[in-house]
Design a protein around this ligand. Structure first.
Ligand code: NAD
Length: 694
């Protein structure tokens, strides 16, 4: 355990945040040190506080506690991430016998100094009831390995003797805050508190003292664990050589199977996806493989999370896929389906059992598993967004660490089912998942070719604004890197250079898209270029080149996409960028028009053959959109040949308005939502009677 404290950085923080005062600057500094270490806290986990004095509006000096606010991550926290609350109002709550969660949250909010602050952590009262100026709380892996034992309390004593107080497990909230204060008061000499199956608190008169104690005690826990002979799993699966395309196959199948159908949405909300689908991520390492390939995985993966607040990310248990299932490609999908059905039925029983035992009525959360362990391969995680998938993978990877460390000193034990249930169904915990932010394409994966410019780029931005996870490809690396910097594309986007005329490169891009997000839902085959030549004089070379890009490449894309869509078995959308010239050819545009006619045929063929798989196929016919397609003065020349200006040329349509790339993007968005439309062409050309589809 490395101590990261640096006096020079401390001075820098004090200077940088001087308007907030030294206490808050130091609080920010050491909170970040803690947040940077994933063996201490993960993604928004842990919390920190400092007690200080401020002057209120009337000039009176009052004591406050600056407490980590929910939604902030310790590794990047700013002063605003520790909102101030009037301390005396909180400490007096200790006199109460009971305080409901709702009232506790209310008390924290009404005594904030700034009403626009985020909600202070649910562990605020625990910090408030302890007398120390600085307090740090983490869920250190090493501490969990020692406390998650049948005889956890005894093991804590072996490791820390009486230097740390011990608090038995109860849910965070008012009761835990009171109990922790009582345990501290029994021995005020302690340097911190260990909360069994939960984590560790350290405290001190200064930020440095509290931080040093955290590093020291977690370091001691690691040394204590290292002093015991390390546990070696009994390996039962030896074959671990899988390539990326095999991992993709598994991801696609898992993703398709791990969905729920909401029949009500089919009728009442036509534009909404009736399937609750998620994104999938994959991780493997020697460490993960040791676990998933072992005999012990059967027992220890099914015990429960390392610390209860992980349950909202991982569900109580992962699905363990039988290795034999993986060895038979034909039966693998049905084996996966059975495993998920089994998980769901166990989950329903767990829910009903706990509701009955506790005499409560609650609404069951979705019963879909979040973690799959696949022997020989690794760990797969599910969540509504890519960021949350990473959180779930990180959490499970650390869980594997904790289990192995725990097994080296005893028998790993998680909390009883009741405590897991209480945490999973605690409204304050569910609030961390931020469900309200869902948009129309939030759980959808969109692959686009020619995405770095013109219509492709506008389409990427339109889908990104509606929450889609995007995989962008283009043959022009420079354009692509530039496009990926667009502010709307930063969070949900990956990109790869890919020339769509190269079948292998297209397939590789779909493998990478799957490994990134789990599969694909919507494919926009958009890349194209516009060669011109009188048809009678057109060289074979130019015509063939145009067919490669403007026809065969669309087939390359659709073929690769359909393989994934069929594997997922949850439908899909193919969208082609054709052209008005497919219906209404223009002079000298033969080399461009001919393959575009083919694209309309291709789109219809896919519609006819794949409707039964729920895969829809549609096209957009645009015209005269000012993009890089019109290079080398093509626009100017075409306008001049008609004796009109460029602007007149561009708005020479029935509605007399120029068509923009964003208008075409809108049509793609519409078609992606139009669940009952397939085999259709939408013109986006401002109206051109000669180009009406027929
Ligand atoms: P654009 O030139 O701005 O964008 C096309 C993109 O496709 C470029 O980024 C280019 O690098 C990429 N590309 C070209 N060949 C590729 C290949 N082999 N592999 C991968 N990427 C490749 O032009 P745009 O107008 O946005 O064109 C997009 C699509 O719209 C084309 O299919 C075009 O035929 C169609 N279209 C455009 C218009 C229009 O008026 N602009 C009208 C009808 C149809």
């Amino acid at each position: 355990m490395k101590n990261l404290w640096k006096s020079a950085d401390v001075l820098d923080f004090i200077e940088r945040y001087k308007k907030y005062g030294e206490d808050v600057a130091l609080r920010t500094y050491s909170a970040r040190l803690i947040g940077q270490d994933s063996t201490l806290v993960l993604h928004g986990g842990g919390n920190t506080s400092v007690k200080s004095r401020v002057r209120d509006l009337s000039g009176e000096s009052i004591e406050v506690i600056y407490m980590k606010g929910s939604g902030w991550d310790l590794s990047t926290i700013e002063p605003a991430g520790h909102p101030a609350i009037e301390l005396a109002k909180l400490t007096q709550l200790r006199k109460l016998d009971k305080l409901s969660d709702e009232e506790m949250v209310n008390q924290l909010r009404i005594h904030l100094l700034d009403s626009s602050s985020p909600n202070p952590s649910v562990e605020t009262l625990l910090h408030a009831f302890l007398p120390h100026k600085f307090i740090d709380h983490t869920h250190a892996d090493a501490v969990l390995a020692i406390t998650n034992q049948v005889d956890g309390e005894q093991k804590v004593r072996d490791w820390a003797q009486t230097k740390l107080g011990i608090v038995p497990y109860i849910m965070p909230g008012f009761a835990l805050a009171k109990l922790a204060a009582t345990m501290y008061e029994k021995n005020p000499e302690v340097e911190g508190l260990v909360l069994l199956k939960h984590g560790i608190f350290t405290f001190g008169a200064t930020a440095e003292e509290s931080y040093n104690r955290m590093v020291y005690w977690v370091g001691e826990a690691e040394k204590w664990l290292d002093s015991k002979p390390s546990f070696s799993y009994h390996t039962v699966i030896k074959n671990t050589s899988y390539d990326q395309s095999e991992v993709m196959n598994v991801m696609n199948i898992l993703r398709g199977a791990n969905t729920l159908s909401d029949e009500t949405k089919k009728k009442t909300q036509p534009a909404q996806d009736p399937l609750q689908r998620m994104l999938c991520g994959f991780r493997s390492s020697s460490h993960i493989l040791d676990f998933v390939n072992s005999r012990e995985v059967l027992e220890f993966s099914q015990i429960g999370p390392a610390t209860p607040d992980h349950v909202i990310r991982t569900k109580p248990k992962p699905v363990l896929i039988a290795h034999e299932a993986l060895t038979n490609v034909d039966t693998f999908p049905s084996e996966v389906k059975k495993s998920i059905e089994n998980f769901q039925s166990n989950y329903r029983n767990y829910f009903l059992r706990q509701c009955e035992k506790q005499g409560v009525i609650k609404k069951m959360l979705d019963p879909l598993p979040r973690i799959f362990l696949v022997p020989g391969m690794g760990c797969f995680a599910f969540a509504p967004t890519r960021k949350e998938v990473t959180i779930a993978l990180d959490i499970y990877e650390h869980t594997i660490d904790v289990i192995q460390k725990a097994l080296s000193v005893g028998t790993y034990q998680a909390l009883p089912e009741k405590d897991i249930f209480d945490m999973e169904y605690w409204s304050l915990e569910q609030a961390k998942l931020g469900k309200s932010a869902e948009k129309a394409f939030s759980r959808k994966i969109v692959w686009i070719s020619g995405a770095a410019s013109g219509i492709g780029l506008a389409t990427a931005i339109a889908f990104a604004r509606l929450g889609a996870h995007l995989y962008l490809t283009d043959s022009n690396e420079n354009f692509l890197q530039e496009a990926l910097k667009h502010p709307d594309l930063k969070n949900c986007t990956k990109g790869l250079r890919c020339d769509v005329t190269q079948k292998k490169a297209v397939e590789e891009s779909f493998i990478q898209c799957s490994l990134e997000f789990g599969g694909v839902d919507i494919v926009i085959s958009n890349a194209g270029f516009a060669p011109t030549s009188p048809i009678a004089e057109c060289t074979d070379e130019l015509l063939r080149k145009s067919f490669e890009v403007n026809f065969f490449a669309h087939q390359n894309v659709a073929q690769a996409a359909v393989k994934i869509m069929k594997r997922q078995n949850i439908g899909g959308t193919l969208l082609f960028n054709a052209s008005k010239s497919a219906f209404n050819p223009g002079p000298d545009f033969g080399p461009y028009t001919l393959p575009k006619v083919g694209v309309i045929g291709l789109m219809r063929q896919y519609a006819v053959e794949l409707g039964t798989y729920g895969i829809r196929s549609n096209a957009v016919n645009a015209d005269r959109v000012r993009t890089r397609l019109y290079s080398d003065n093509l626009l100017e020349n075409r306008a001049a040949s008609r004796g009109i200006s460029v602007n007149e040329y561009l708005s020479g349509n029935l509605v007399a308005e120029e068509v923009y790339a964003e208008d075409v993007a809108e049509a793609f968005v519409y078609l992606a939502r139009a669940r009952k439309t397939t085999g259709a062409v939408i013109p986006v050309d401002g109206g051109n009677a000669a180009a009406f589809p027929r």
